[in-house]
Design a protein around this ligand. Structure first.
Ligand code: ADP
Ligand code: MG
Length: 265
């Protein structure tokens, strides 16, 4: 019994994202100045902070859309973009990077659906053409996912006929269609009309409750408090303050965090 419990505990605490002193420069501008953060399996990590603080860049590093200049970054135990062999680091080829990326779903502020494809085609595209899933299987999974995001009746609609909130829920379903172990969200509700935000947050909350590991950049403090396990306030490329969302939001210690929260809360 005891052994069982500790084994389960070990599995639950497996780090999916392990960032150690991650640095990123664009030319002479150092945008990330040493980000250290763990996101464990099943956890929801929320990143907040002013525009330009490096939140999107950090997400893009996790997904290897940007190459880091310092520190180490592991996703599911693997160094992002490199292989370790004989104590040396070897850069991965593009095809290997694509392979690493496959386990990560990303949802952006803008929905990025393929406008000339139906919802079903959007959801089946990568599973069939990238992952080699059989069409019938891809279709069945897509229908399940549309059910999950509350849009089963939109299966044959084109994105242009959907509201922004519906498009974003389709974008979430499309990311899930590749069966990711980690989902990254970059301000998924910032471009939406206020009345459409709730449905998208509800889908994300459900996903979190189902155990998905998530890193979420958002200005939705209610979501952060309710769904987040961990929250980091970033400013100027560093984590200024971090901890349980209720603690950081309810009782911020750093003047910069206090100033930011007094504007957004
Ligand atoms: P946030 O998402 O917190 O608003 P970003 O990560 O988008 O911040 O940007 C952090 C800083 O990096 C900003 O100063 C931005 O202008 C700069 N930046 C981001 N991407 C690039 C790029 N590709 N080239 C040059 N500068 C960039
Ligand atoms: Mg951003």
């Amino acid at each position: 019994m005891q052994a069982e419990r500790s084994a389960a505990g070990a599995a639950a605490s497996e780090a999916i994202v392990e960032a150690r002193g991650v640095k990123k420069r664009f030319g002479r501008l150092e945008v990330l100045k040493g980000i250290t953060m763990d996101v464990r399996r099943g956890e929801v990590a929320v990143l907040i902070g002013p525009s330009g603080s490096g939140k999107s860049t950090f997400l893009r590093c996790i997904n290897h859309l940007e190459r880091i200049n310092g520190g180490t970054l592991r996703v599911r135990g693997h160094l992002v973009g490199y292989r370790e062999r004989d104590g040396k680091l070897h850069e991965l080829r593009e095809s290997e990077i694509a392979q690493q990326r496959r386990g990560i779903g990303m949802v952006f502020q803008r929905f990025n659906l393929f406008p000339h494809m139906t919802v079903l085609e959007n959801l089946c595209e990568a599973p069939i053409h990238v992952a080699g899933v059989r069409p019938a299987q891809a279709r069945a999974t897509a229908l399940d996912l549309l059910e999950r995001v509350g849009l089963p009746d939109k299966v044959n609609a084109y994105p242009g006929k959907l509201s922004g909130g519906q498009q974003q829920r389709v974008a979430i379903a499309r990311a899930l269609a590749m069966n990711p172990e980690l989902m990254l969200f970059d301000e998924p509700t910032s471009a939406l009309d206020p009345e459409l935000v709730g449905d998208v947050l509800e889908v994300m909350k459900q996903l979190a409750e189902d155990g998905m590991t998530m890193v979420v950049v958002t200005h939705e403090m209610g979501f952060a408090r309710e769904v987040g396990d961990y929250l980091a306030f970033m400013d100027g490329g560093v984590i200024v303050e971090e901890g349980r969302p209720a603690d950081v939001l309810g009782n911020p210690q750093e003047p910069r965090t206090q100033a930011f929260l007094s504007k957004v809360l």
